[in-house]
Design a protein around this ligand. Structure first.
Ligand code: HH2
Length: 258
């Protein structure tokens, strides 16, 4: 899954794809490089980010989806029912909700009515404050219980279980150690029986691991290493910014682990 953030302030590619032509060109390039799907988002959820309005989010993502016109399989990274509704109408296939259906009470019905795919992600707290001293007893057990509960809620709301994937939410209310423990024990999340999505790409924990306590991003090489480890522990979908490098590494890893 390639990442295209149509935002001025995303932590790693903010501003690069704010123009719809640039964003559409990036999405097409990612498809050529081997992405199966491209995740288009109009709101940054980086630590400290402020929310954006429905109108602003629509203004950012709708022209991109119009340009792509169904040529590229699209996932819409949104927590808003109205943005999801418009995106699905323009050909998007997946709704990627980092709040796991907890922020907009109308989103579940939109996904159910359109029989769309859905990604449910774990987050502790909310982006503005989530990195202020996150604590868990057992991070994997707590993330697993949360995802199990959100999966049941989504199914109860009429969403087809076979269309739902689950994501531990790397960096969303987690320390460096929490993030790596979630990858180390990813098989426990895969045991829920749904495909697991992992988005470690360029996240600050990678830069911190490599010795910079103030890092806000991580390198491509470190991202690829984490993605290969996640794949080995059972991840099905890797959400990444550098598609070519990840496709090459994962192809080699798949051949070696087969
Ligand atoms: N991470 C980000 C955004 N959306 N969705 C899922 N399912 N999993 C993730 O790990 C995930 C996500 C944050 O990364 P990015 O989109 O690159 O940055 P920003 O939120 O600043 O736009």
């Amino acid at each position: 899954m390639g990442v295209v953030n149509v935002t001025p302030d995303s932590f790693s590619d903010g501003g690069l794809n704010l123009d719809a032509d640039d964003a559409a060109a990036t999405a097409r390039r990612m498809l050529e490089e081997g992405a199966a799907i491209v995740d288009v988002g109009g709101e940054s959820t980086r630590p400290g980010a402020e929310p954006v309005s429905v109108d602003e989010e629509l203004r950012r993502v709708v022209p991109v989806l119009e340009q792509l016109d169904g040529e590229v399989p699209v996932s819409i990274d949104t927590s808003k029912a109205e943005v999801a509704r418009r995106a699905l109408g323009l050909g998007a296939e997946v709704v990627n909700d980092v709040t796991a259906l907890r922020s907009d009470p109308d989103l579940a019905a939109v996904v159910a009515e359109q029989d769309a795919y859905l990604c449910l992600m774990h987050m502790l707290g909310e982006p503005r404050t989530m990195q202020r001293d996150p604590r868990y007893g057992d991070v994997v057990a707590e993330v697993k219980a949360f995802l199990e509960e959100r999966l049941a809620a989504a199914v109860a709301a009429g969403i087809t279980e076979e269309r739902i994937c689950l994501d531990p939410g790397i960096g969303f209310g987690k320390t460096v150690e929490h993030n790596f423990e979630l990858i180390r024990r990813l098989d426990e999340l895969a045991a829920l029986g749904r495909p697991v999505v992992v988005g470690f790409s360029r996240k600050s924990s990678l830069g911190k691991l490599l010795g910079d306590p103030d890092a806000t991003t991580g390198t491509t090489a470190a991202s690829v290493g984490a993605a290969v480890a996640a794949y080995e522990r059972g991840a099905t979908i890797l959400r990444v910014h550098d598609v070519r490098e990840h496709v090459e590494a994962l192809t080699a890893a798949a051949a070696a682990l087969r």
